[in-house]
Design a protein. Structure first.
Length: 89
């Protein structure tokens, strides 16, 4: 995995945003936002990955094993530890 960051200054990149929001309840009123500052644009470029059958199988087997272990642990807690263990037997 590799990350690379570069910073470039673009001429005339000062940001000036202007927006008028019209209120639906009262058409006579409006909100004006006049913003000034620098504009930052992030662009992500790269590859997500490739499919690997072996990794899929390992993850599936581990998931099934963890599910079985959790089921066994809950059964043991229900039968031997919890206050209503007589009902659960």
């Amino acid at each position: 995995m590799e990350y690379r960051y570069t910073v470039d200054h673009v001429k005339e990149s000062e940001y000036k945003g202007y927006e008028i929001l019209q209120e639906a309840e009262s058409p006579a009123s409006r909100t004006e936002n006049n913003r000034h500052g620098i504009r930052l644009i992030f662009r992500q470029v790269g590859e997500v990955g490739i499919f690997d059958m072996q990794t899929l199988l390992v993850n599936a087997v581990v998931a099934v094993g963890l599910l079985g272990g959790a089921t066994a642990l809950v059964d043991v807690l229900m039968v031997y530890v919890l206050p209503q263990k007589v009902r659960y037997k």
